[in-house]
Every structure is written in C-alpha cells, then in structure tokens.
Design a protein around this ligand. Structure first.
Ligand SMILES: [Zn+2]
Length: 437
C-alpha cells in the first residue's frame, strides 16, 4: 500500500509581513493573511509602475508570472461535530460558564495551515435559552460556535438531519448567531429567510472564487416541515404541495446551484449530508448523486453523515472530467458506542492554481485518519488524535469500553483505515510546520 507523506512548507501570518512577492507562492496560510498579501502585492505593483522606469514594469510582470506557476490553495475539512451530552458537559467550567476550545486542541496548526477550513456542525446552535439537549433532538451551546471560530475555521456547514431539531426558532437563532458574531465565517446550508433560491456562498482565496454548497437528504423526517421550506438546503427532491421527500431523486435546485456557481466561481465544492449510517461503502444513491453533481460541474464533493468514514474516489463524468469525492469524513466528535465510529477523517486537498486553471494535486491530497477519544464514568470528551499518534494504551482506556462488550483496538483502527481510505491515506509526519514566529 502506498502511503503518502505530506511535505508542506508554510509560514504563518507574522512572518509574512515584509516578505517579497516571490516568496508568496510558498505561503499557505489563513484568509485574512492572504488578503494582506494581496494588498501588499497590489501596492508593490502600483509602486513599481508609477514611480519607476519601464524596466521595472517588466520585472513586476516576471514576478507575477512566477507566482502564478507555483500558487497553491489548501482545503482541510472535518466531519460531524456531534455534540452528545457527555461532550456538552465536558465544556462546563467551574464557574458554570461553557468553553469548547478543547475540541480542537492539537488540531490548531493543521487548521491554520489551510486556506479553506471546513467543519460540519451537525447539531444546531439553537440558542442557549432553549436549553441544551442531546440525541435525538439536539441543541448545542453557542460556545461551540465560539470555539469553531477561535480554532480558525472559515466555513461552517449547517445543513444536516439535525438542523430542524429545535424548529424554526432554533434554525433562525443559529443563523443569527453566526451572522451577528462571526460574519467573516461562511456559514452555509440554512437561511433565516425562506426563498426558493439563495445567493451562492463564495469564499475568496488568493483572488479565486470558491463556491461552497451544502445540502441534507432530510431533517430526520419523510415530510419536509413548512417552516423548513426554502430555509434548509435540501439534497433530495420534495413535493411542494405536501412536503413529501423523495429520497432517491436529487433536488433539481442542487443542479441549478452548481450551474450558477460554475458561472460566477472558479471552483465549486458541494457538501452533501447523505448516505447510510454505519456503512463504510457509499450507497447506490450516493454514487448516482455524485455523478449528477459531477456532470453539473462540481469540482469537489465533501460528504458527511454516515458516522463512519467512507472512501475517497474520482468520479468521472460523460465528458471525461474528473471530480474528487469524499463520500464521508465520519464524525469529528461524538460519544457513539460503535468502535467503527471512532475512526474519522480529515480531508486534505491541495489545489494548484495556474492562471485561470485550478486543479487538484493528487500527490498532496487525501485523508488523515483520526480517532475521537473520550473517557468513561463519566463519559467526557478528551481529545481527537491523529491515528498515527494514537496507541494501544489509549485504546485500552477508551470510554467506549464502559458500554459493555465493546472494544476499541489499534489493529482494528489500522485495518479499517487501510480498507476504507487505502491509497488516499495521508500521514502528518513529514509536514513541516513553522509557527514559532
Ligand atoms: Zn447527520
């Protein structure tokens, strides 16, 4: 089996100030910093053309083309942030306040190393006044959102089968939370206003427009409630008269959105919440939907929901164009009781930008396997580990043992990882992280 090792050289924000344009091509950092760099580059070009001779103009052009040749955009994504009550309780502090920074401990540098940083917020942040709840109708503290923002994510996916758990109030409160507190974060999948069609969400990275679309198969019902119509982005078609969901037909709006995105954006990412829970192989419907999305022009598909990792595959459309599809990243946090659900994936996608062209660079693209670790008696979240840092000793202490007759074994985690992720497995070892400045 071929295991890929990531070798990335990146310099975090502080060190970038004062750099010259020719080193910028090596830099992969957060969006705010990239905007700084763009401004700086613009100044540089302006300065040389207005103040100096023609000779300098040529030099500027050369620098720009050099930059084009080597430019990269990196995307990272993690799966379902599934806030069971044991995890909610983990964030309760001695003074009765809540803080969830612990969810991302140890992940910070891998989040900040990417330009597009996505998380699937499975459970609604429906407003703390409505009280916190776990399965089956979740309501998670808004402090989870604060931790997501603090960790550096810039895209939050909110269309899931739990988006409607607290009804219209929960959905609207959640939308308002992001809008009022973190307008710089691209929150997708739910909308305060009901509309047949919503504007396409665009993230600008290095001057390129990245469209992000997010849909769920259903809000855990066979009938789409009226309050969710036009507010929850739906993957499956539904009857406008009675709300009946047709689980085997892709909603035509998904195709229209991808086509609209293709007109205005340079790269289109579709994030479907789909598939069969606890199944490591994509379903026929997932495969059909992925092909339809690819035909419509999707460049990358990042799926969530099954609670387990599913494979990464190229989907080839009838024109021979290829779309990369992560069928499922699994959970990010949960206190589920199935050992298979403890194996999770971080998608890592490197895009090469050459002029107008954006291509997925397969050698630097794949999935980093991770393990969600929680304790028993009481069940409390402890840490998400990369599988390569996990150990037999930790597995032997995993809280899953408290459920009786369940074991988490290193060899199983390794075997599942090999079977499901296979050649797309990435190792963080070899990744060079320079954040000392
Ligand atoms: Zn789900």
């Amino acid at each position: 089996m071929r295991k890929k090792s990531l070798v990335l050289a990146f310099i975090l924000s502080l060190s970038m100030i004062g750099c010259n344009a020719s080193t910028m091509s090596e830099v992969s950092s957060n969006q705010e910093t990239i905007e700084e760099v763009q401004t700086e580059n613009a100044n540089l070009e302006e300065g040389t053309t207005t103040e100096d001779s023609e000779g300098h103009e040529e030099e500027t052009l050369e620098v720009v083309s050099e930059e084009e040749e080597a430019s990269e955009i990196v995307l990272m994504a993690v799966g379902d942030n599934l806030m069971h009550m044991g995890i909610v309780a983990t964030g309760k502090q001695e003074d009765n306040s809540y803080n969830y920074d612990i969810l991302f401990q140890g992940m910070e540098e891998y989040i900040k190393a990417a330009d597009i940083r996505m998380i699937n917020q499975e459970t609604i942040l429906g407003g703390n006044d409505l009280g916190f709840s776990g399965y089956p109708l979740f309501n998670s503290p808004t402090q989870v959102g604060d931790a997501i923002a603090k960790a550096g994510f810039n895209v939050v996916l909110h269309s899931s089968n739990h988006s409607a758990d607290k009804g219209l109030d929960g959905l609207v409160n959640c939308e308002n939370f992001w809008e009022s507190n973190y307008p710089q974060i691209t929150m997708v999948g739910i909308h305060e206003e009901s509309n047949e069609e919503h504007p396409i969400s665009i993230l600008e990275v290095q001057g390129k427009k990245i469209a992000i679309l997010n849909y769920t198969y259903s809000p855990n019902s066979e009938i789409l409630p009226k309050s969710m119509m036009g507010r929850l982005d739906m993957l499956c078609n539904w009857n406008k008269e009675n709300g009946q969901i047709d689980f085997t037909t892709l909603h035509p709006q998904v195709i229209r959105d991808i086509e609209r995105a293709e007109e205005i954006a340079d790269f289109t990412i579709v994030c479907p919440h789909w598939g069969t829970e606890y199944t490591t192989k994509p379903s026929t419907t997932q495969k059909e939907f992925a092909l339809q999305m690819a035909e419509a022009g999707a460049d990358l598909i990042v799926g969530t929901h099954p609670h387990v990792v599913q494979p990464v595959e190229w989907v080839e459309d009838s024109q021979g164009e290829k779309t990369l599809c992560y069928y499922s990243l699994g959970n990010y946090v949960s206190t589920q009781q199935n050992p298979l659900c403890m194996l999770e994936g971080m998608a890592w996608v490197t895009l090469t930008v050459t002029g107008e062209e954006i291509e997925i660079q397969e050698e630097k693209t794949g999935m980093l396997p991770m393990v969600c670790h929680y304790t028993a008696s009481p069940v409390r979240f402890e840490k998400v580990y990369f599988l390569e840092d996990y150990s037999k000793e930790l597995a032997a202490k995993h809280g899953i043992l408290s459920y009786g007759g369940v074991e988490l074994r290193m060899e199983d985690l390794e075997q599942w990882s090999e079977e499901i992720i296979g050649e797309w497995r990435l190792e963080k070892r070899g990744m060079s992280v320079n954040n000392s400045q």
